[in-house]
Ligand binder design. Structure first.
Ligand code: ATR
Length: 293
C-alpha cells in the first residue's frame, strides 16, 4: 500500500513523539487524523531517539520549530531535568508524556496528560470514585504512579499490589506524603485476595497481557475477583485482554485502556493547538488499527 502524503508547505506545523522503540505507536495516526478532520496544516511524526540522544533530540525539535512533542518509553522520566518547567501533575506523577514548546521564548514545559487521560476516561465511562471507594492498583511503575496520583485526589482508599512489594511501598509512601492521606497503602501479591475483597475498582497498570503475550494475566489463578467491581485495564493492545475476559466472566464490568490513550492524546492536542480535539475521530482510528492487529 502506498501512503498518501498530504500537502506540506512552509506553513506546516510539526509535532511528534520521541521514543525507543516508537514504530508501534498509534499517536501519529491518531493526531494526523485529527489534523485532517479539522483541516489543519499540522503533521505528527514518530521520531526514534536513543536514550543517550534525548538531550540532543530535544534541542533539535526546538531548533526545528516543533510546537511540541510526546514522550514515550524510555524518555518519560529522564527528560525532566532537561525542561524549563513542569506542571504540578508532573511532580506528582513523576513523569512527562507531553512537552509544549513556546516558539517565541524557546521554553519547554513538561506536562502529564496520562493522569488526566485516565481520569477523563473514568468519567466518560461513568465510573465515579469518592471517599468511600476502595481501589486496588496492580503494578508500581510509571503508569501505576500516574493512575494512583490521579485517584488520590478523590480521597479513595488505594492499595498498590505489586510483584516487587518494595516498589509498591515506595509509591504508596510518596503519594501518602504528597496528599497527607493515610488511606494509601501497599501489599504483596500474596495479600491480593484479602485487600481486593471490598474493592470497587481494580486497575491493571502492568504490561502483563499486552500483545504478544495475550494469554497472560496479572490476576493470579485461584484469587476470586471482587464482587460488583469495575476492572480497568490500562493495556489496550489487544482491545480485550485475558484479564478483562476473566473479570467479565466473574460478573465484573471491564474497561480497556484505549480511552485513556485517546484522552491523553486529546489533551496534548489541545495543549499544542488550542483547539478542541475531535475525540471520536481519534478514538475511531485507534480502534480500527487495534482491531486490524
Ligand atoms: P511503566 O512505567 O510503563 O508502568 P515499569 O516501570 O516497567 O513500566 O513498571 C511495570 C510494572 O509492571 C511494575 O510494577 C512491574 O513489577 P515489578 O515492580 O515487580 O517489576 C510490573 N510487571 C511487569 N511484568 C510483570 C509480570 N510478568 N508479572 C507481574 N508484574 C509485572
Amino acid at each position: 500500500m502506498t501512503a498518501q502524503v498530504g500537502h506540506i508547505d512552509g506553513q506546516t506545523q510539526l509535532v511528534g513523539i520521541l521514543g525507543y522503540p516508537v514504530a508501534h505507536s498509534l499517536s501519529p495516526e491518531m493526531h494526523n487524523a485529527a489534523f485532517a478532520e479539522l483541516g489543519m496544516n499540522w503533521r505528527y511524526v514518530p521520531l526514534l531517539v536513543r536514550p543517550e540522544q534525548l538531550a540532543a533530540a530535544l534541542r533539535g525539535v526546538l531548533a526545528l520549530g516543533f510546537r511540541g512533542v510526546n514522550l514515550t518509553v524510555p524518555h518519560k522520566v529522564t527528560c525532566i531535568p532537561l525542561l524549563d518547567s513542569v506542571t504540578e501533575a508532573v511532580t506528582i506523577a513523576g513523569a512527562v508524556n507531553t512537552i509544549r514548546i513556546d516558539g517565541s521564548s524557546g521554553r519547554m514545559e513538561g506536562l502529564n496528560t496520562d493522569m488526566s487521560g485516565f481520569l477523563t476516561d473514568l468519567a466518560a465511562n461513568r465510573i465515579s470514585i469518592g471517599e468511600t471507594s476502595r481501589v486496588v492498583i496492580l503494578g508500581a511503575g510509571g503508569a501505576a504512579r500516574a493512575v494512583g496520583a490521579g485517584l488520590a485526589r478523590s480521597g479513595a482508599h488505594i492499595t498498590f499490589v505489586n510483584r516487587t512489594a518494595e516498589r509498591g511501598a515506595q509509591i504508596a509512601d510518596f503519594l501518602r506524603s504528597s496528599w497527607a492521606s493515610s488511606k494509601i497503602e501497599s501489599a504483596g501479591m500474596d495479600q491480593l485476595a484479602e485487600v481486593s475483597r471490598e474493592a470497587s475498582l481494580v486497575v491493571n497498570t502492568t504490561p502483563v497481557g499486552m500483545y504478544p503475550s495475550v494469554d497472560a494475566s496479572p490476576w493470579p489463578n485461584g484469587v476470586p475477583f471482587p464482587k460488583d467491581a469495575v476492572l480497568y485495564d490500562t493495556v489496550y493492545r489487544p482491545l480485550q485482554t485475558k484479564l478483562m475476559r476473566d473479570a467479565e466472566r466473574s460478573g465484573l464490568r471491564a474497561v480497556g485502556g484505549v480511552g485513556m490513550l485517546v484522552y491523553q492524546g486529546a489533551s496534548a492536542f489541545e495543549m499544542w493547538t488550542g483547539k478542541k480535539p475531535p475525540i471520536e475521530v481519534m478514538r475511531a482510528i485507534c480502534q480500527k488499527r487495534l482491531m486490524e492487529a
